[in-house]
Design a protein around this ligand. Sequence first.
Ligand code: XUL
Ligand code: MN
Length: 344
Amino acid sequence: MAGKYRFTFGPWNIHSGADPFGPTVREEFSYDEKLTFYKKLGFDGVQFHDDDAVPQLDQHSAKQMTDKAQAVKKQLDDHGLAAEFVAPRLWEDPRTIDGGYTSNDPECRKYAIERSKKAIDIANVLDTNLMVLWLAREGTYIREAKDSKQAVDFLVEAIDAMLTHDPDIRLAIEPKPNEPMDQAFIPTTGHAVGLAYLCSDPARVGINIESAHAILAGLDPSDEMGYALAHKKLWTVHLNDQNGLKFDEDKTFGSVDLRRAFNQVRILEKYDYGQNGEFVGLDIKAMRTQKKEVSSKHLANSREIFFHLLDLVRSLDENKVEALINQRDYEELDMLIISHLMGK
Ligand code: XUL
Ligand code: MN
């Protein structure tokens, strides 16, 4: 059973606990140390930002960048790990203060596209053709700051440049409605799918659904997954949990709402997620209060919760579900699901 699902997380998911209001609270594990965690915790692949793989990327020549990426690839091979995707980090450089692809400054937009092409080149060396685009600062703090129609044109222009740069690259957009921006231009799966169809090769533009991001948009993550699956565009997921409309919490999968998590596992299982090589990605942060030596439990726990929920998905009496749907007795269906989740 475990064989059917392969799990990944990013090195940023093991972290030293800083938040906007306080400094780090535990020493950071080095990247090399983090790599040793993956297999031990039951994970098969690594999610990368471009500069997780090649730190200080912008200061390197193309040759230096390739050499460094090759060393990372060798290390992955030595650990028996795959690279799931590379994502350009477009939210820390001074040239991305006002956004990357949608900045009002043409020089900054150019930087964002060039940086994204570098991320694609790194992905090639790491032997993955998947790039995730979390559109961090592609939005506004005040409505009048940018033109929302033109922003979509800029996004299409940037994505088309990436698709042209590498005829094999596939781009998975990770929608999020807010944080760090007040209003993001691509807040939901529907927006991302719509954007895909405006691009030069829509078949190579798909989606990464993060549970917490969907919840922040007031939506049910499993419905968002269904929408992306119907378009054959669910290419990866960032499973986690979120307690209502506040900052992006990246909590352990299922830790807030087990039923909501159950329904995510249920739709993934129903539509054979993973059959085409998709990984189950987690994007989860340990609580700030965790001590260093136990600051990776959130990852192993999330994976374990996924498998417990998978057991529940597989043992649900689907005949009963269907009969209750046919009778339109949704009160009884509600009770069936709740009882099942409670082990009754
Ligand atoms: C931000 C977020 C990112 C992306 C990768 O909320 O989820 O970590 O997943 O860039
Ligand atoms: Mn994410």
